[in-house]
Each structure stands twice: as structure tokens, then as C-alpha cells.
Design a protein around this ligand. Sequence first.
Ligand code: NAP
Ligand code: GDD
Length: 384
Amino acid sequence: MREYRTDALPVEERRQDPAALTSCRRPIPTDQVHPLPAPRVQDAHDTPGMNGQRTALITGITGQDGSYLAEFLLENGYEVWGMMRRASTENVERIAHLADRITLVQGDLLDQLSLIRVLEEARPNEVYNFAAQSFVPTSWRQPVLTAEFTAVGVTRMLEAVRAVDPSIRFYQASSSEMFGQAAETPQSETTPFHPRSPYGVAKVYAHFATLNYRESYGLFAVSGILFNHESPRRGIEFVTRKISDGVARIKLGLSTELRLGNLDAKRDWGFAGEYVVATWLMLQQDEPRDYVIATGVQHSVRDFVEAAFEHVGLDPDPYVVIDPDLIRPAEVDELVGDASRGRGELGWEPRISFRELVEMMVDSDLGRLSTGLPASARAGEASA
Ligand code: NAP
Ligand code: GDD
């Protein structure tokens, strides 16, 4: 097993990780809100450097996990390429601080030829397929598009790997959402799937497509079944970030309510910066195998709300409003993972606790939102 470094985590998150305090080659901005220059997008005529480094391609590099994995791989000596889809506005806030160290190339999971071209340009040793329509409620509103991105898009990516270089090691971002109405607790690699959303259904397709390409063609193709993982870079619509942002706004006097749906849902929440290390570990094994990655600790949405309000010294009751429009057509009531295979074979352990995660996210949103506010309203100076 190769040794690896985790000290590339941005300062805000690294301070939670004692083992990562040992060194930091250069300061990395905490978060995504700064108007930094955009990374260069590779055009078809550029030639990638050939210096003997290991090369990784991350699809979905503009997302939460893509940005953390890019940092981790750079810190561990990789040449990092990121695939992003074309947009009329820049969407690189999470990776702007890596601008001069990664190569971005345009491609879309909907476009088979674009995937082949991306692989031909980047010539990666490893592909991390993080790209997906990942927000569960959107999957009821756009079920066909979700299937095109999140399900069939994976077959397109696997076909591209076969066509360009079958020796590429391929990681697929599977999800605990596949367990849905879970048949047993906790959930492990052998728990049957019963997805409860079009997103979950699409992920099950992608999961079995990855397994099938491993069995049919001998690809080193693995799925990581990751339970919910969060961070200050989490999309604002996911419940943890919605809560941390909402609590910070209330604390700073910018808002008077936090509208939520089902507070009784239970999840196994970990820190995204640690989970991407597990994805890398999966591709360093001798044999391809699927792994559950989770903390094994379950909390309700209500627990998250209470911990976040408590952190800023407020009582949630006057502020939290239950909005029936936010209740899902079919809910995943509770998830909690058994990651013992990953602990044993990958040597992976989560370190950030639930409470540390909540506080990290609330502090980050307080810091972000208080920029530009009068000193009396800033985080740390606001009274409870
Ligand atoms: P995320 O923040 O929503 O990022 C998704 C990424 O996919 C974005 O970069 C997005 O690009 C890209 N993308 C979407 N459609 C695309 C398309 N058609 N072609 C190319 N790129 C496309 O998600 P995340 O939280 O980082 O999660 C990463 C992966 O892990 C996802 O597959 C997710 O389903 C899976 N997963 C996440 C969790 C979790 O708790 N976070 C748990 C289990 C599994 P734009 O920026 O252009 O939208
Ligand atoms: N988003 C959201 N907004 N969820 C809410 C709200 C709200 O206002 N109120 C309650 N919830 C509940 C949802 O009903 C759900 O039970 C739980 O909070 C978590 O919702 P999300 O944070 O949206 O995450 P998710 O569990 O549905 O999906 C995430 O985790 C999956 C892994 O299990 C996503 O990251 C998926 O992409 C990922 O695969």
C-alpha cells in the first residue's frame, strides 16, 4: 500500500483533522466564494504533459467530491484532469484555488464521443466517475434526464474506457440511496437494494453496469457505496448545508426562519474530505471489489438541526418551519452503514465526528455570510 497525505485539506476543514496538521505546502483558500481566476479549459489542440506521473481523470470535478479528490490527488503527486460540461457561466468556485495545477477538459455524460475524446487527451491511469444528477428531489421532476446522466452515462463512460484503454482503473460513485427501504440494519455490501427514488434506481443501474463490465471484460471497475458525506462545499439544497446556511443567516439577523421537510429521517453523515480518500484507496487494491464507506453512526435531521442551533446558542423552536412541499413522494427513512470491509481491507477510518462536522459547516457559513456585514453582526461577535 502506498502512503498518502491528507494535508491538502483547506484550512477550515483541516483544523478538524489532527493527523493532517503536520504540514501544508501552501495556504489554500477555505472556500468557494472568492472570485478567483478560472482554471484553463483544455481545447482539442493542447497536448497533455508526459512526465511519468500517474494521471487521474475526475468527472464531476466541479462538485463537492471532485474538488476534494483533486486536492488529495495533487498532494499525492498525480497529474489531475477534470471533466466538466460546457456552461454559459463559470461554475468552478470549488476548484478555483487549484486553477494552475489541474487541466480541465470539456465533456458530457450525455455525449459518448466527448467521453472518448476526453480519455484520448488525458490518457489517465485512473478515472473517478463522480459526475451525476445527484439531488434526489430533482430526480422526481426530471426522471428521464436523471437516468440519462446517472445511469446510462455510466455505461457511456465504461464503453469509453473499453474503447480507449481497458487498463484504466475505473471508480463509480455508487450510493447508500440504493438501499432505500433497507432490508436490514446496518447496510453492508451484501444488503439487497430497494431504491426509493428515480435517482436511487439510476444508481442501481450504474452499480450493476460497473459490476457487469468487470465481469464481462475484466475491467478494474469498482463501486464505492458511499453514505451521505457533507462539508462546507456541499450544495446548498442538501439538508445539512441548508441547515448550516439557514442557522448562520438566523444568527446574523439575515433570516427569521428555516423551512424543512421530514425531520425524522435518519442518515449516516461523514465528512467528504475523508470519504474521497476511500475512493482512491479502492483503486489501489490488488483486486477490484466494491466497498461500503460510512461512519456507522446514525443521526436524525432533527439532531442536525439541534446541534447547529446549539452551536450558535439559539433555540430552534421559534425558527424551524415544517413545509409539506418538502416532503418526498417516497422517503428513505433511515440509513446507517457497516463499513467493516473497507476498514479491514482499505485501512480506512473516519475521524471527523458528527458534532465536528456540524460545527465546521456552521462556522464556515457564519464566516462566509459575515463578510461585508458590520462588525457588530459578524460571526463570533454576534450575541446569542
Ligand atoms: P455534486 O456536488 O452534485 O457534483 C456532481 C457533479 O456532476 C458536478 O460537477 C456536475 O457538474 C457534474 N455533472 C452533472 N451532470 C453532468 C453531465 N451530464 N456531464 C458531466 N458532468 C455532469 O455531487 P457530489 O456530492 O460531489 O457527489 C459526487 C458523486 O457521488 C455523485 O455521483 C453522487 O451521486 C455520488 N454520491 C454522493 C454522496 C454524497 O453524500 N455527497 C453519497 C453517495 C454518492 P455541474 O457543476 O456542471 O453541475
Ligand atoms: N434536501 C432536503 N431539504 N432534505 C430534507 C429537507 C430539506 O428541506 N428536510 C428534510 N430533509 C430530509 C430528506 O427528506 C432526506 O430524508 C434527508 O433530509 C437527507 O436529504 P438530502 O440532504 O437531500 O440527502 P439524500 O440522503 O436525499 O441524498 C444524498 O445522499 C445520498 C447518499 O445516501 C445525496 O448526496 C445523494 O446524491 C447521495 O447519493
